[in-house]
Design a protein around this ligand. Structure first.
Ligand code: HEC
Ligand SMILES: [Cu+2]
Length: 344
């Protein structure tokens, strides 16, 4: 998909100057717009063609010129032409759209992940380092950013028009969207799904920063605890360690390195473990039991907030060896054991 740069700059500058069009501030924006302009062009040509023919024919074949109707038997050539040409145009749009779709829906593997929790009526962003923001989102430019999003109540939709991204934010399930900002600046965030009285107030600002400014921002806004550190605390306090401690005698599978792995399930299917799978196996463990294990894990439905689930997921993602969970298990046992052996 190559666009003549001069023509493009002219068109976009002109549209931006006329304030009709949002800025193009992400890598995907020029591609989305190119398809959009192409559709506009086809539409305008179609309107002119059909409108022109209606006007021309109604003058040429008006009643006073031809009072008696002539019956026409049809023409295969004509019919084939007006079938094949539109078909070819629609197929071009289909292939173009499909290529764009894959580009929009496939985040680059090196993208950084930020969580977004939507609720009536605000957006909350959680960065892996523990930075939390309300109705605001800070991102670096020149780096792909993936948002993993979930709603705490009703359906919302997360949209940044200047980045040309929009994705439904759904209760009970992670959805993702990715973008790469190109120009430092402040852009609008909208909720584009009617979600109750204050829907119109469910807005925010995304601030795109140069990598250096972004690093400064991350250091300045840290809460001291990363998501994974919060998750580790929760993991211990909820007793996950009792079954997932990585030892051979444990009742649950070791979770070390499980993120990204392909799991064999008891029903014979396999899954690749991502954030959504981790979240779901905490809430609905019996839905997809890992092969070789009994379905004994209790459900944690209603016991952990979405924020807590995000922390747990981030913690499990960091578990690369069994060392940490065994360490915590040992510490837990020794602190629990202490009161029962007072005389020592
Ligand atoms: C009573 C023991 C027990 C407890 C407590 C427990 N689990 Fe599990 N867990 C299991 C078993 C057994 C499986 C494998 C069978 C299955 O998938 O249901 C499992 C599976 C999982 C999986 C799926 C990944 C895999 O390798 O199978 C995740 C993720 C998980 N547990 C996380 C947790 C978290 C987080 C907690 C604490 C909030 C927790 N578990 C508490 C026993 C337990
Ligand atoms: Cu909303």
């Amino acid at each position: 998909m190559h666009i003549s740069p001069v023509l493009w700059q002219f068109l976009v500058r002109w549209l931006n100057a006329s304030a009709l069009f949002p800025a193009e501030a992400s890598t995907i924006a020029p591609y989305t717009d190119a398809l959009y302009f192409f559709l506009m062009l086809i539409t305008i040509v179609g309107i002119l063609l059909v409108g022109g023919l209606i006007l021309g024919f109604s003058i040429r074949y008006r009643r006073e010129k031809s009072p008696v109707a002539t019956q026409v038997e049809g023409s295969t050539l004509l019919e084939a032409t007006w079938t094949i040409i539109p078909l070819a145009i629609f197929l071009v749009i289909f292939v173009w759209g499909a290529l764009l779709y894959f580009r929009i829906y496939t985040p680059p593997t090196n993208s950084m992940n930020i969580y977004v929790v939507g609720k009536q009526w605000m957006w909350k962003a959680e960065h892996p380092g523990g930075q939390h923001e309300i109705n605001a989102l800070h991102v670096p430019i020149g780096r792909p950013v993936q948002l993993t999003m979930i709603s705490q109540d009703v359906f919302h939709s997360f949209s940044i028009p200047d980045f040309r991204v929009k994705r439904e934010v759904i209760p009970g399930r992670y959805s993702t969207v990715w973008f790469q900002a190109t120009t430092p600046g402040v852009y609008h965030i909208f909720c584009t799904q009617y979600c109750g009285t204050l829907h119109a107030g469910m807005i925010g600002q995304v601030t795109a920063l140069t990598p250096e400014d972004y690093d400064k921002w991350t250091q300045r806004s840290t809460s001291g605890m990363s998501l994974a550190q919060n998750g580790e605390r929760l993991y211990n306090s909820m007793g996950c360690n009792a079954c997932h401690n990585g030892s051979a005698a444990a009742r649950g599978p070791s979770l070390a390195g499980v993120y990204g792995a392909r799991l064999q399930l008891a029903n014979g299917s396999t899954v690749t473990v991502n954030e959504a799978y981790l979240r779901d196996s905490i809430l609905n463990p019996s839905q997809h039991v890992t092969a070789g294990y009994a379905p004994i894990m209790p459900t944690y439905q209603g016991q952990i907030s979405e924020d807590g689930l995000i922390d747990l997921v981030e913690y499990i993602k960091t578990m690369q060896t069994n060392y940490r969970s065994q360490q915590t298990l040992v510490t837990n046992q020794s602190t629990q054991a202490a009161p029962t052996t007072p005389g020592r």
